[in-house]
Design a binder for this molecule. Structure first.
Ligand SMILES: *Cc1c(COP(=O)(O)O)cnc(C)c1O
Length: 357
């Protein structure tokens, strides 16, 4: 039994670490999980019974409410090891805030920071050998909350579990992506749940994405639900354009997920006196800019890849090819700065790194 700042965590250690099975040279995303998980229960209107347990299957009744009605929300974040071997999380308090916004919208209890932050800290501390050191590599962290009532009536669950599982990942290969502007299916609509990380948002995106992939694209650009003119997000990333030296991205609202990478990129841009506009941007404007040669860059931002360069935008049967990657680009500069901050090579003026081990 160890006592954290404010919570007590029961610890059951794995009898033999599985880390020797891990090939650090060839890490794939999201398939291998570190030795331990963190779990807290919600019962009688409060969180308690925090435990660190060996990672493994969890027993669950087939009537568990999350499986039927989707009270399931998650976060995606990473732990990085810097050049000195110190392990830090990137802006974890922002993920805590965001999961609680998701929780409100999905009629679920939020998770207090004692559990969210302490859980991450203690779990990553215990499994710190699983944090890869190579450039671009990290330990992916997946906190999530699910409704656990054994009841198939449609109502908010009375009981929940908050889990954290972690998975080591290699440097994300930032292959430029071909994206298709989606004008039939929708991801999000005003009054909906596009702004929350709710599981159902991802399930619903698979079919349209599969159709786009069958046509040779990697990802979809989601457009507004009413007119399919305004460009909202790309896959599970926020979407940005550089047109005539101005960085443009959709404003936050019901239909946009408030990406922490998005906010970090905008913050650095403002630091660097790059002109930033958070406003609606239509496909017509992007095509015009492409025609008159002012469309300089398009990219997605998110925790998984940080920056995903867009090489081609498909719209109404036509492919618009963007300029290739070169070092002077804003997206390349910002990707490097974020990596440097994470590796302790650039000054962390915004205090984004939260050292835990
Ligand atoms: C998670 C997510 C993002 C990116 O958020 P980050 O905090 O930057 O990882 C963007 N769009 C959607 C739909 C997402 O689920």
């Amino acid at each position: 039994m160890i006592t954290a700042n404010t919570i007590e965590v029961k610890v059951q250690k794995i009898s033999k670490s599985r880390i020797n099975e891990l090939d650090f040279e060839h890490l794939t995303f999201g398939k291998i999980f570190s030795d331990h998980l963190f779990v807290v229960d919600y019962n009688n209107n409060q969180w308690g019974n925090a435990q660190q347990l060996p990672y493994g299957p969890v027993p669950m009744s087939p009537s568990t409410s999350a499986l039927h009605y989707g009270q399931a929300i998650f976060e995606g974040m990473k732990a990085y090891k810097n050049d000195k071997g110190e392990v830090s999380l990137f802006r974890p308090f922002d993920n805590n805030k965001r999961i609680n916004i998701s929780a409100d919208r999905m009629c679920m209890p939020g998770i207090p920071k004692e559990y969210f932050i302490e859980g991450l800290k203690q779990l990553v501390h215990m499994d710190k050998d699983w944090v890869p050191t190579a450039d671009g590599a990290s330990l992916y962290l997946r906190p999530f909350i699910i409704g656990t009532d054994e009841f198939i009536g449609v109502k908010p669950s009375d009981t929940y579990k908050f889990y954290i599982i972690t998975s080591p990942g290699g440097a994300y290969y930032n292959k430029p992506v071909k994206v298709l502007v989606e004008t039939n299916f929708i991801r999000a609509v005003e009054g909906g749940v596009g702004f929350v990380k709710a599981s159902g948002n991802y399930g619903r995106s698979l079919y349209p994405t599969k159709l786009a992939q069958q046509r040779g694209y990697d990802q979809i650009i989601w457009t507004d639900a009413r007119n399919h003119r305004y460009l909202e997000e790309s896959g599970t990333m926020n979407l940005m354009f550089v047109i005539d030296d101005v960085l443009i991205t959709a404003p936050l609202g019901d239909t946009i997920l408030a990406g922490i990478t998005r906010d970090s990129v905008l913050t650095l841009a403002r630091d660097w006196k790059v002109k930033v506009q958070e406003r609606k941007i239509s496909i017509d404007e992007v095509i015009d800019a492409h025609k008159n040669g002012t469309l300089q860059e398009a990219f997605g931002t998110g925790t998984a890849a940080t920056i995903a360069h867009i090489s081609t935008i498909g719209f109404e049967g036509k492919d618009y090819v963007l300029p290739g990657i070169e070092g002077q680009m804003f997206s390349q500069r910002v990707a490097k700065e974020l990596e440097d901050i994470r590796k302790g090579r650039a000054e962390d003026i915004h205090n984004w790194m939260y050292k835990i081990a």
